[in-house]
Design a protein around this ligand. Sequence first.
Ligand code: ZN
Length: 113
Amino acid sequence: MPPSPTKHLFDCLIKGYTTALQLNAILLKERYDLRVAIQRQKTKRTIKGRVLNMPRAMGVSEAQEITAAALAHPEASQIPNLEALEGRRRALPTCSNCKLVGHIRTYCPTRPT
Ligand SMILES: [Zn+2]
């Protein structure tokens, strides 16, 4: 007895459903692998980007500002770090050797050796 058209259709549906499930499982696995690969690439890119972008961000605008400030006030740009570190916390040091403000006895240019 040959299989009825209904039985054949049902078999096809079952087969197709099973194939779809298997395909779905394969796709899920592929998607997972892809996501892992993308995540890995993203991590690499951000690490690389951090290293490459930091000096570039410092580059143009800040360098121009610093250069312009140095050209406008050459005398002030000589001690920016001293002011930034010490200025807001305490007054400039006074030398106990020559009584001049701006350095301490240890760094006094007129200190007898
Ligand atoms: Zn001094």
